[in-house]
Design a binder for this molecule. Structure first.
Ligand SMILES: [Fe+2]
Length: 323
């Protein structure tokens, strides 16, 4: 049995281990945050969220924690809104005690800080041959754009309800996006598809994508064709949200041929296609579910029951007897 903070810390540890920057890259990020904090004037320091000094993923936080619950049952969803929190409360009243609600997508300050996690692109793109000055400029532009987009949202509405109802609540986001990103890289490297169509075949062996296809949101090739060669492949499943649409031209120029992502904006698909890239969209809810499942399986191994909600396609990979 684990407490809420132990569950969040376990997720963070898993997210760091799977991070495309590597644990050293994550530490460098935290060192930069500390430097930024240290350079602030005394009067500005009180407005700095000190949790950011130790939390390497500013789009995931503990939102409500009574500090004492030993978690036996978790309700987990991709999107947790007011309805899911009320559902948890209803289940509590009916004797099915929900000890913790875990959302994937950001809530509260996880949402208002979402853009900050995107700086990982600056470290990741040079790994694929894009010069750092291009990675940095395009990432900075996009960070400002996403920051402006999330700024006016009502970030704390769902958290307010969870507080009133005494429902423990956390969200993961980049923690579990890192898990699916690493999983997919290793899975596709192992299966070594020669054509873009074979990438779809590989995805379709995974139950999350089978469920998605049956329900109308299966993997798709949105640029290129099934018979195209894969060439150098890039997995785009972590980093906060979609990057700048301008990066696809750079990827193509610096040697990437095929991108496998969760979702992509129309302007990005057009740029990618104009740059002759092959693009496979694995699917948003299915890929987010896969990442969450890899984390939730660890909780299951600790004896915690998982109640799926909010669009989560729950698939357990825990071998029987290991629970
Ligand atoms: Fe997502």
């Amino acid at each position: 049995m684990l407490k809420v903070k132990e569950i969040f810390d376990l997720g963070t540890k898993m997210g760091v281990a799977a991070d495309p920057r590597g644990p050293k890259g994550v530490q460098k990020y935290l060192d930069r945050v500390k430097k930024q904090y240290d350079s602030l004037k005394k009067e500005d320091k009180e407005f700095f969220d000190v949790e950011k000094l130790t939390n390497p993923f500013p789009d995931g936080f503990i939102h409500v924690d009574d500090g004492k619950t030993q978690v036996k049952r978790v309700m987990a969803g991709i999107d947790v809104n007011e309805g899911e929190i009320l559902l948890a409360s209803q289940l509590n009243e009916r004797g099915k005690k929900i000890d913790l609600v875990i959302a994937h997508h950001p809530e509260g300050k996880g949402l208002s800080n979402l853009h900050e996690v995107m700086e990982m692109y600056t470290d990741v793109y040079p790994q694929y041959g894009v010069p750092v000055h291009i990675a940095e400029r395009l990432t900075d532009e996009r960070i400002r754009e996403v920051g402006r987009g999330t700024h006016p949202i009502n970030h704390f509405q769902t958290i307010d309800i969870a507080k009133h109802l005494g429902i423990n609540f956390i969200n993961t986001h980049t923690i579990t996006d890192n898990l699916v990103d690493k999983f997919m890289k290793e899975y596709l490297e192992k299966n070594n598809p020669e054509t873009v169509g074979e990438i779809i075949d590989c995805l379709m062996l995974l139950p999350e994508y089978q469920y998605a296809k049956k329900n109308g949101f299966g993997p798709k090739i949105v640029a290129g064709a099934p018979n195209h060669r894969v060439g150098k492949m890039m997995i785009e499943m972590t980093g906060g949200t979609n990057p700048s649409a301008k990066v696809y031209q750079q990827f193509s120029q610096f040697g990437i041929s095929t991108i496998v992502g969760m979702h992509m904006r129309e302007d990005a698909i057009k740029n990618a296609s104009d740059s002759q890239l092959n693009i496979v969209i694995a699917g948003h809810m299915s890929s987010d579910s896969l990442g969450m499942n890899l984390f939730l399986d660890e909780l299951e191994k600790h004896g915690i029951e998982i109640v799926p909600c909010g669009g989560l396609i729950r698939v357990s990979r825990v071998k029987k007897g290991k629970k």
